[in-house]
Design a protein around this ligand. Sequence first.
Ligand SMILES: [Zn+2]
Length: 160
Amino acid sequence: MGSEAAQKRLIVELANLRAEKSAREEFLEKYNLDAETADLSLAFYVDLAQSLFTRPSASSLKRLRQLLLPAGALDMLGIDWRRRRFSYQAHARLQGAFHYLLENSDLAKRCGNAACAKPYFFSKRRNARYCSDECFAAAQRATKREWWEEHGEEWRQSRR
Ligand SMILES: [Zn+2]
């Protein structure tokens, strides 16, 4: 369901979705997700995505399993002989997006800059901690500021 690029875009946007009603309505319309979010609210999927991007609990993984492999949906699994595994055929957009997240979980990150506006992202490297150079620089400035707030006075006194 959708290309990998489209799945990636959807899951990143979902994780970063703001809480305002207008933002959520716009998102549902853009991806035509009204039917898919009829049973479980959009908030459920946002929470699940954020949890998976951060550090998934056992219960998040259980919810992911229920989403990707609902009861009686074995036809979603096929044989991918060359890649030595099961292939997965999503039946719905959100399933495709969450499946993309599963397959790229090593690169799914939460930005280390606490003030990042869109903190959930896929990095190019496994050990990346920031979504952008801007966030890296901002986090460094914040660390320096904290250091000064904590130790600045001592430092100034020690220089006298
Ligand atoms: Zn960031």
